[in-house]
Design a protein around this ligand. Structure first.
Ligand code: 5AD
Ligand code: SF4
Length: 446
């Protein structure tokens, strides 16, 4: 049996949703480590269970409720167990969750992660049931910077919240107003991660292009500073807003070769009327011009996007405009979603909400078309040599390695030489699938 040091407790943490949530989960673990919690993959042996939740679409929210239901029995069998909900559903529902789930002890939102040690202390002492969903207008640096490096890649939040209020989106409500971290604090965190062995860094924000609004460091300047940190070999960033992406950023790729050749640029729709209703601040042709400029300047750049189908009032012709944009721009990859009405958002009360069948049929058509395009895009790489950073073993075959290219493609390849996570290897691409590539390591001298 595993020997657990006296006083050490175990936490089972499950994360739903986006990379921002993954990053928050790392921070949750960081704060819990301070009060002697270690992670377990076994809910039945945990002293604390936390679900870090997502509410971007209704389906994501429903997943949380069914996961929560699974822990009810555990709690009944072990009254000392603490069960908590974090993340966007926690922020959105607050107190209501305690009513809905009587076995729940704690509800805390994304602005309250740093309070976790105190909250857990209070629950243990008084068996209190607590809700912590206050939002603050500024970032206290103690809330960040706790994440420890455990591999070759790491995510660093550079800002939180969003001020865009796109008509469909709940994020400005769950994550609050946009605030940027100080550039000095970010650089310190990056330097610490690099010392711990991190080589590939992803900077995170809802709208990274508006980083530093009102301060003296712009996003392109921040990227320059981060890329200069010793040990950092690749820098990624998500998510860029098409209306805010500057020429300075576009031209920075020419100068800063550590910037990964990938831009995630959510378009959401190809119809100008729908884009206007969504409040996105650009037209389809303005968007297309930016993508074309990127591709003209950097032919190896992968551009990926997000699309919502079936927004209220979207006609068949308007949906076809989205399909036409997809075919014209030939994205390397598309994340597509059925529109889902969210509480508090403007679009939830728009007229012309479309039936599920219409939304689901459009989503299917779009995904079929994109699968073909993604495959064609990947086929363009067959016969070429690409540099990958090894991430681990392949998902489908433990005897193979899996690496990621600068343009964000996954390449699986057999290799019997000495290599491990974090190594950079050149691979010759031999086969392409819609979501990955296969390759081999060229023998020396060839
Ligand atoms: N319904 C469907 N998709 C949504 N997204 C955001 N809000 C909704 C919603 N209400 C999608 C957008 C966004 C991505 C993260 O999730 O495409 O870019
Ligand atoms: Fe949501 Fe729009 Fe902000 Fe993105 S930019 S998080 S879609 S409100």
């Amino acid at each position: 049996m595993e020997q657990i040091k006296e006083g050490v407790k175990k936490v089972f943490l499950e994360t739903f949703g986006c990379q921002m949530n993954e990053n928050d989960s790392e921070r949750i673990l960081g704060f819990l480590k301070d009060i002697r919690y270690i992670r377990t993959n076994e809910p039945s042996s945990a002293d604390l269970i936390i679900l870090n939740t997502c509410s971007i679409r209704d389906k994501a929210e429903q997943k949380v409720y069914s996961a929560l239901g699974r822990f009810r029995e555990l709690k009944e069998g072990r009254p000392g167990l603490i069960v908590g909900i974090a993340g966007c559903v926690a922020q959105q529902e607050g107190q209501k969750l305690l009513k809905r789930a009587p076995y729940l002890d704690l509800v805390f939102g994304p602005h309250n992660i740093h309070r976790l040690p105190d909250l857990i202390g209070e629950i243990s002492e008084k068996r209190a049931r607590l809700v912590a969903v206050e939002q603050s207008a500024s970032i206290d640096e103690n809330e960040y910077g706790l994440v420890s490096a455990s591999g070759e890649k790491a995510f660093v939040s550079i800002m939180r919240g969003c001020d865009n209020f796109c008509a469909y989106c709940i994020v400005p409500y769950t994550r609050g107003r946009e605030v940027s971290r100080e550039s000095g604090d970010i650089i310190d965190e990056v330097a610490r991660l690099a010392e711990g062995g991190v080589k590939e860094l992803t900077l995170l924000g809802q709208n990274v292009n508006s980083y530093g609004a009102g301060s003296d460091v712009s996003f392109p300047e921040l990227l320059r500073l981060v890329a200069r940190v010793d040990g950092i070999r690749r820098v990624r960033f998500i998510t860029s807003h098409p209306k805010d992406i500057s020429e300075e950023l576009i031209y920075l790729f020419a100068e800063e070769l550590k910037l990964a050749r990938h831009m995630h640029l959510p378009v959401q729709s190809g119809s100008d009327r729908v884009l206007k209703e969504m409040g996105r601040g650009y037209t389809a042709s303005e968007y297309a011009a930016k993508v074309k400029l990127l591709k003209r300047l950097y032919p190896e750049m992968a551009v990926t996007t997000d699309i919502i189908v079936g927004f209220p009032g979207e006609t068949e012709d308007e949906f076809e405009e989205t399909m036409a944009l997809l075919r014209a721009l030939r994205f390397e990859n598309v994340f597509s979603f059925m529109y889902s009405p969210r509480p508090l958002t403007r679009a939830a009360s728009f007229e012309g909400q479309l039936p599920l069948e219409v939304r689901s049929e459009r989503l299917q058509r779009l995904q079929e078309a994109q699968r073909e395009i993604s495959l064609e895009r990947n086929l363009e790489l067959v016969g070429r040599r690409v540099e990958v950073i090894v991430e681990g073993t392949s998902k489908s075959d433990e005897s193979e390695f899996s690496g990621r290219t600068s343009c964000n493609r996954i390449v699986n390849f057999p290799f019997d030489g000495a290599a491990g996570p974090g190594d950079f290897i050149e691979v010759a691409v031999t086969e392409a699938y819609p979501n990955s590539l296969r390759g081999e390591v060229p023998q020396q001298g060839k």
